[in-house]
Design a binder for this molecule. Structure first.
Ligand SMILES: C[S@@+](CC[C@H](N)C(=O)[O-])C[C@H]1O[C@@H](n2cnc3c(N)ncnc32)[C@H](O)[C@@H]1O
Length: 240
């Protein structure tokens, strides 16, 4: 596996795919992580919403982080003593996550592991493993089209125990629609529909006043974003 270019050498903000209703292509992510452009969600630290969710006691081990990218969120949770598995489509992202984990040291190194693979293949990847007690989706769901969201949540449901919590952060429709590029803008109604009871979920809360943080270079060049963040929703749901 080739070494990824370190964040310090990535300065150019990539063009985000224009995807008002569609998901973002797997190939776009794979290429981004192989290239030299800035990874537009790599702030180098855990998202504030994840830190807050941790402080509210929403995570119970073992935790799965879906679409973990460079692993900053799972490394934060692992440093707090939780056993976490991060999974991402991109082997290059996972290689960088391993490097960051090694740099974080114990206790994160003892608690966190990473896997390269698709969240659509959770059944194969975690075959025979005990179910997860909580799940984190920090900006993955909003990358997927409707049909993929549904398949992904069904696959995740099978890997979680009854009563387990899902914490999901997605860019919201509070961001302006005009000129918006990049991930889908998720409405409260849409997330409630995806996590409806007939599919085995109960929505505990949806906070529409959440921020998904992005590097300053990104918000400086994308005028539809706020300074350092995009408006997001944070949904907490129970797996029935
Ligand atoms: C917007 S980034 C968020 C990264 C990280 N969770 C964070 O908040 O910093 C979405 C991540 O989901 C990953 N991803 C997209 N589709 C995926 C899939 N089908 N399976 C696993 N990971 C996927 C991408 O490679 C990317 O790292």
């Amino acid at each position: 596996m080739s070494a990824i270019t370190g964040p310090a050498h990535r300065t150019e903000v990539p063009k985000l795919p224009h995807s008002p209703g569609n998901g973002m292509d797997d190939e776009w992510f794979l290429k981004l992580y192989k290239g030299n452009e800035l990874v537009p969600w790599d702030t180098g630290k855990a998202q504030h919403s994840v830190v807050e969710a941790f402080e509210q006691g929403l995570f119970t081990a073992p935790v799965i982080d879906l679409g973990c990218g460079f692993g900053t969120n799972p490394i934060f949770l692992g440093s707090k003593g939780l056993e976490v598995t991060g999974i991402d489509l991109s082997p290059e992202a996972i290689a960088e996550a391993q490097t960051r984990l090694a740099a974080a040291g114990a206790p994160a190194t003892e608690n966190v592991s990473f896997k390269a693979g698709s969240v659509l293949d959770l059944a194969d990847i975690f075959s025979g493993r005990k179910p997860f007690q909580s799940a984190l989706d920090s900006a993955l769901y909003h990358c997927l089209d409707d049909a993929t969201q549904e398949k992904y949540l069904a696959a995740l449901h099978k890997q979680m125990s009854s009563g387990a919590k899902l914490v999901l952060c997605a860019m919201s429709d509070r961001n302006p629609a005009e000129n918006w590029k990049g991930p889908r803008r998720i409405s409260e109604a849409a997330i409630r529909h995806s996590l409806r009871e007939e599919l085995g979920w109960r929505v505990d809360s949806v906070d529409m006043d959440t921020r998904y943080e992005v590097p300053k270079e990104v918000s400086d060049s994308v005028t539809e974003l706020q300074a350092g963040f995009g408006w997001a929703l944070l949904a907490v749901a129970t797996r029935l």
